[in-house]
Design a protein around this ligand. Structure first.
Ligand code: SF4
Ligand code: SF4
Length: 504
């Protein structure tokens, strides 16, 4: 007997009293939910709805309602709807389930169980509106000591040779989302936003499109296992280079960009044939040890005349601290720790939801290990994967990060509703798609302003949080666990985080 149909996930309704039959929902829905029938607009296929809310956003009469789970399965605490439907799906297809965006399982958030400190009576707070606050952040190696020589005219001459650092006006960067995974209009909006805000954007592993060359001083070029788009021109254009070993949304496996997203322009930028699947292997075939990694770090530095910092990105896993200590000795200038809530264009669902660890625990253990081994100044720590708000940034900096990469939140600032279907290539917001009729919906100018506004607002909020804690420099917040307390966290996790409980 066939498994048959499953209950609707979303039910879409149009209120006929309110609908003016303008047809905007038909035009805007890229999933085929609505249809025009003679003079009427009808819901032709509720089952196709992914709740991307494009129709709601553009209906001028608020005539559309979307209900989640109008019919559900018999309640069961273990055999949830998602578990049952995954079994149905795989019984029918025999295939791995692929999904977009980040982890959807309800693991408790460590960020939400950490609270920040504030000054009261005996230790004065600082008003960021009246006093200077220093949020400028430098990413790269810092010297253990400075050597200076006095010149005959009395000036000091710096003798220590400083390693190249990235100068960030805010500790917020935008992480790597490739052209291919997202549209060129989306990447252009992000590039314009970081340029305006004095920070940086990662190219992802999709190469650097020519139209982004004007923003290259604010771009970090990525070298991943597929080496897509990598040549000397690409390396020389980036402000920094990042070697991607792993990704929080899919630790231990490579990448997969479906052929339907590899249009002519993406194929030129990636240097692969049009329409072919872009598959990055799980490992780099030339890296099997820290010594191998060291060779690649040195090769990239040598190729770019030792002018650019080189980062190494890993997924947050059980032994991140030991791996990061090795990376610090490889000559890399920064280690990027990508937590298990990180987003992705496409990942096997089993990896997205079940593999990896939270970035909070990984960053705290990496910072502690690097300090213990006396190599913390050798590398900066960049945290990514699951940063949703300014408070998360302040908390992860207290746990030891120098700066963060945001991803999903930058997409949300451009209209993304986190519907989780980026892998299908039909994003109605023009973000995770290469279809020209959809990508043209995203105006780079308007969206750059929105993303820059978000970074600006979060930077101001971080300054306010620092001021309330009596801190006027981000340097003094970094690794300052005394400004954090754990709320309803068990002793084991408090030990990993090296944070006291509330009330202590
Ligand atoms: S967008 Fe709203 S008003 Fe226009 S046809 Fe659709 S439901 Fe009716
Ligand atoms: S980028 Fe588009 S497809 Fe992906 S989650 Fe956001 S709205 Fe959905």
């Amino acid at each position: 007997m066939s498994i048959g149909s499953v209950p609707l996930r979303f039910k879409v309704e149009i209120d006929p009293e309110r609908c003016m039959k303008c047809g905007r929902c038909v035009e805007n829905c890229s999933y085929g939910v609505f249809r025009k029938e003679s003079d009427n607009i009808v819901v032709a296929n509720s089952r196709a709805c992914v709740a991307c809310h494009r129709c709601l956003a553009f209906c001028p009469r608020d005539a559309i309602d979307i209900y989640e789970k109008p019919t559900d399965y018999r309640t069961h605490p273990v055999w949830t709807r998602e578990v049952r439907e995954a079994v149905f799906n795989q019984a029918k297809t025999g295939r791995i389930i692929v999904a977009g965006m980040g982890n959807v399982l309800p693991y408790p958030s460590i960020f939400d169980r950490l609270v920040l400190d504030a000054c009261q009576v005996t230790n004065p707070s600082i008003d960021p509106l009246r006093e200077p606050m220093e949020l400028r952040t430098y990413i790269g190696k810092k010297p253990a000591a400075l050597s200076v020589k006095e010149k005959p005219n009395g000036d000091a001459e710096l003798l220590t040779k400083l390693a190249p650092n990235l100068k960030l006006e805010t500790p917020i960067m935008i992480g790597h989302m490739s052209y291919g995974a997202i549209s060129l209009n989306a990447q252009t909006a992000l590039a314009k936003a970081v340029t305006k805000m004095g920070t940086f954007l990662g190219t992802g592993e999709g190469g650097l499109h020519e139209s982004l060359y004007p923003y290259q001083d604010h771009m970090i070029v990525q070298v991943a296992s597929g080496r897509f788009g990598v040549d000397i021109n690409y390396l020389e254009r980036g402000a920094a280079i990042e070697i991607k070993i792993g990704q929080g949304a899919k630790p231990g496996i490579g990448g997969h960009l479906p052929g339907e997203k590899v249009c002519a322009d993406v194929s030129c930028t990636r240097m692969i044939p049009e329409g072919s699947d872009a598959i990055s292997p799980a490992p780099h075939h030339d890296i099997y040890s820290i010594e191998d990694l060291k060779q690649l770090v040195h090769s990239l530095k040598e190729a770019t005349e030792w002018k650019k910092p080189v980062f190494v990105k890993i997924a947050a896993v059980h032994n991140s601290a030991a791996i990061a200590a090795g990376i610090a000795r490889s000559g890399a200038d920064a280690v990027v720790i990508d937590g298990f809530r990180g987003g992705t264009g496409a990942a096997p669902r089993v990896f997205r939801d079940h593999v990896g660890i939270p970035v909070e625990a990984a960053v705290a253990s990496v910072d502690a290990k690097l300090r213990k081994q006396g190599v913390r100044n050798e590398v900066s720590i960049i945290a990514s994967g699951g940063i949703r708000q300014s408070a998360d940034i302040a908390k992860i900096i207290c746990l030891g990060a120098d700066a963060v990469y945001i991803g999903t939140s930058a997409l949300v600032a451009m209209g993304c509703r986190v519907c989780g279907t980026c892998n299908r290539g039909t994003c109605a917001w023009g973000i995770a798609t290469q279809r020209p009729e959809l990508t043209k919906r995203l105006d780079p100018e308007t969206n750059a302003v929105q993303v820059a506004n978000l970074i600006h607002a979060w930077t101001d909020e971080i300054a306010e949080l620092m001021g309330a804690a009596g801190i006027n420099s981000i340097e003094s917040l970094r690794g300052n666990r005394d400004r954090l307390r754990g709320y309803m966290l068990d002793e084991g996790l408090l030990n990993v985080l090296d944070v006291k409980t509330v009330g202590a």
